[in-house]
Design a protein around this ligand. Sequence first.
Ligand code: PBG
Length: 306
Amino acid sequence: MGTTIRIGTRDSELALWQANTVKDKLEALGYKTQLLPVKSTGDLNLDQPLYEMGITGIFTKTLDIAMVKGEIDIAVHSMKDVPTALPKGIVQAAVLPRANVHDILIHKGLDFLASEGVIATGSLRRKAQWLNQYPFHKIVNLRGNVNTRLQKLQDNQDWNGAIFAAAGLERINLKPENHTVLDWMTPAPAQGAMLIVVNESNSYAKEAVEKLNDEKTAMCVHVEREFLRTLEGGCTAPIGALAEFKNEEKISFTGNLFSLDGKEKIEEKATFNVSDYQDVGQNLAHKILQQGGKELMHSIKAKLEH
Ligand SMILES: NCc1[nH]cc(CCC(=O)O)c1CC(=O)O
């Protein structure tokens, strides 16, 4: 373990920015740190299969493995990429103050909005919500890190725009002038928040990192991720959720589930007392499941398995 806190990060520009932010904050508190960019590992000689340890998320897997192997002390993630169940032995130590929660459209002019359009995104949630709003548009798949996706939008003349998380582009200073904020779109659970995880037995790193926790952000993302966890049951789906403090006592919440084609929408909105934050996400997800959400989740799962 030692006294230098080894910070694991993926090596994309956004991941490095996020890890450096954590490094600076820990050093400002007097801790020694070291940044360890971790490449995708591929094969591994671990005694237990990965799924038995609960290692699932495509973005987080590499760092989970490095942590299980004891190569890093803490890992920094975009929280929306982190599966709702953390791997065995890995625990949440801090959620950093939230950045911009919204999605934005990067575009080449907005005339197309009223007629036909081609929008690029790889996200089921963004696709469903866009089609719900603009049923006559076409969605094309767009994947890769933020930098790659911006480049592909420029390269494809026939695409009218692509959807991004504002937070990612703002962090690395890549948000162009030609964007519009999609404030009608419900963000992904925990969008704009950064999560730091540690090995539960690593008390030195855990105590250090806990000092960075932002309680209000942690409460909001708890509600959103409980909503997600209860709805999804291990299957990805177009699910949006956003909890925000209205004042010191109240949190307001919007959560929804869409069909893949955006035609169906089941939504719950609520304002509740901060002291009730633990169970609200789960309760509202149950309401959605009772209003046809259960059947919708089944049909989404069946379609995605095809
Ligand atoms: N899935 C990729 C990803 N994970 C986190 C962010 C941005 C930062 C954030 O939302 O916290 C992005 C890029 C995007 O969605 O455009």
